[in-house]
Design a protein around this ligand. Structure first.
Ligand code: CP
Ligand code: NVA
Length: 318
């Protein structure tokens, strides 16, 4: 039987806007919760831990996995999720973000926000007074990063001594979140991307002290040698949501960084796995053969989105 107090008080009422704001111990604690809720789901246990609670799911951008995870994880636990796209609400349009936040804070136990500006996630948290969970912004995708760490740990049995390499658009939200969580947890992390798409200095500076503390080695390079020794190659779309006009330039810049059999071989390791946050554009950032291979863990990652999101909500929502 699940004990409510397991989802401890240090988290209650907090928002998750980026993992920057969490200690390594706190991240690992929520990761443990995720393994627990996954086991409970496997064992067919039914719980009603969100009974009487409500969550607003704001989506300015499209989603399959994130929306499905939040909506099913909250609903099957007895809570009431309410989906709101920009067709439905006035976020930052006719009504300011501050005012929308203050209204939602009076009606909901929590808010999930997927949108463009990280600043809007911060404003929602500041003015609503309820926990806000970042379901992806231009800058960060923290719930994705936790699912990815879970998948890594599930596959290798440990996070100790692992290295993963993100190949592609090194400045995007997924790459940044993986950098933050790796720096926090002491996982070696490489970005293999063209210089034009290196992550900005500010995120590197944010991660430096975390990496120093945890012992994580963070490398950023346009040289293929940076993937050497990687236990996992990770990629994401070349063109993120909202950047559609940059498609031609991105294709030109990123074609040499495609994850294919020869890049997998460049790790020099036997058991390297492949990960992708999805959705994938096969034939661009990854070849069909790598995507469909036995070492591709993309479906485990997708499933783990739900378990990690449930764990995050159980930890944060009062
Ligand atoms: N990985 C991810 O966030 O997927 P969706 O865009 O489908 O939510
Ligand atoms: N970087 C991608 C991630 C999608 C889950 C995007 O922002 O579109």
């Amino acid at each position: 039987m699940f004990e409510a107090e397991k989802f401890g008080s240090p988290f209650k009422g907090r928002s998750l806007l980026t993992w920057r704001d969490y200690t390594p111990e706190e991240i690992l604690q929520i990761l443990d919760y995720a393994f627990l809720v996954k086991k409970q789901a496997r064992d067919g246990e039914v719980h009603q831990r969100f009974l009487g609670k409500t969550i607003a799911l704001i989506f300015e951008k499209r989603s399959t996995r994130t929306r499905s995870s939040f909506e099913t994880a909250f609903g099957e636990e007895g809570g009431h999720p309410v989906f709101m796209s920009t067709q439905d609400i006035q976020l930052g349009g006719k009504e300011s973000v501050e005012d929308t936040a203050r209204v939602l804070g009076r009606m909901f136990s929590a808010i999930e926000f997927r949108g463009f500006r990280q600043e809007h996630a911060e404003m929602l948290a500041k003015y609503s007074g309820v926990p806000v969970i970042n379901g992806l912004t231009d800058e960060y995708h923290p719930t994705q990063a936790l699912a990815d760490v879970m998948t890594l740990k599930e596959h290798f049995g440990t996070l100790k001594g692992l290295k993963w390499a993100f190949c592609g658009d090194g400045r995007n939200n997924v790459a940044r979140s993986l950098m933050v969580i790796s720096a926090k947890l002491g996982i070696d992390f490489a970005i293999y991307s063209p210089k034009e798409l290196f992550p900005p200095k500010d995120i590197q500076e944010i991660c430096e002290p975390f990496a120093r503390e945890s012992g994580a080695k963070i490398e950023i390079s346009d040289k293929i040698s940076v993937v050497k020794g990687a236990d996992c190659l990770y990629t994401d779309v070349w063109v993120s949501m909202g950047e559609e006009s940059l498609k031609d330039e991105r294709t030109r810049l990123l074609s040499p960084y495609q994850v294919n059999e020869s890049l997998m071989a460049a790790t020099g390791k036997a058991g390297t796995i492949f990960m992708h946050c999805l959705p994938a554009v096969k034939g661009q950032e990854v070849t069909e053969d790598v995507f469909e291979s036995s070492f591709s863990k993309v479906w485990d990652q997708a499933e783990n989105r739900k378990h990690t999101i449930k764990a995050i909500m159980l930890a944060l929502i009062q």
